[in-house]
Design a protein around this ligand. Structure first.
Ligand code: C5P
Length: 232
């Protein structure tokens, strides 16, 4: 794929049929598919390969958020080397060595995926971070882990839309910011708390947007996706 799409649609399903149905609805649009743990646990690498084979022009972000000792994460990523996804990710809190070893493993593939890091899960607020012994303000921890990610040579981070401006200032332009929590004007927030519109997030400096339910739960997912593309 020459240019990666600005939008990845979160395909939060366990069944291969459902993933193929959604990707068929988006066929021909400049929108990638994000497959996560739910799909991977049910369908494994073979399921990811099946989506790729059926939709060879659709970019895939495999969102598995690895977090283990460096050797284990590197070995796990090596098993994915031929899977043909454009992005995959891990937790930056696994540390510098883990990220460096993971990057080496990914880069050994013929067509390496770009590796992103999750900094602080958006489900964790200051109180919950404190409960696990992390007393730093959330934003400071996000920036600290983003800098560590950059030091390890990874492509970028997954971040909340409200972190984009601070991350761009610290990490520069050549750093991927993959941003969930996106809601087109007028659509339901669902369980997302701090949302931003697709246009707003790109204007703030996001590289890619992850959008799930505003597309997948729409009466006409293809039309919802087209409306979002036209709003950019
Ligand atoms: O349906 P919705 O647009 O809220 O989906 C967002 C997707 O991004 C889901 O797959 C969710 O797990 C993921 N995500 C998120 N917030 C994060 C990281 C990932 O919503 N911080």
């Amino acid at each position: 794929m020459s240019e990666l799409p600005r939008i990845y649609c979160a395909c939060d399903v366990a069944s291969l049929d459902d993933a193929l149905t959604l990707s068929a609805k988006l066929d021909g649009l400049p929108i990638g598919i994000k497959l996560g743990l739910e799909f991977f646990m049910a369908q494994g690498a073979r399921g990811v390969g099946a989506v790729r084979d059926k939709r060879p022009n659709t970019s895939i972000f495999l969102d598995l958020k690895f977090h283990d000792i460096p050797n284990t994460v590197a070995a796990a990523l090596r098993t994915l080397s031929d899977i043909g996804v454009d992005y995959t990710n891990l937790h930056a809190s696994g540390g510098l060595e883990m990220m460096e070893r993971a990057l080496e493993a990914v880069n050994a593939a013929d067509n390496p995926a770009k590796l992103l890091a999750v900094t602080v899960l958006t489900a964790l607020d200051a109180e919950r971070l404190d409960a696990v012994g992390q007393r730093t303000p959330v934003q400071d921890q996000v920036l600290r882990l983003a800098k560590l990610t950059q030091q390890a040579g990874l492509a970028g981070v997954v971040c909340s839309a409200h972190e984009i401006t601070a991350l761009r200032a610290i990490c520069g332009d050549d750093f991927t910011l993959m941003t969930p929590g996106i809601r087109p004007a007028g659509s339901a927030n669902n369980d997302q708390k701090r949302v931003m519109t697709p246009h707003g997030a790109l204007k703030s400096g996001a590289t890619h947007l992850v959008i799930g339910r505003p597309i997948t739960k729409a009466a006409d997912p293809r039309q919802a996706a087209i409306d979002i593309l036209e709003s950019l």
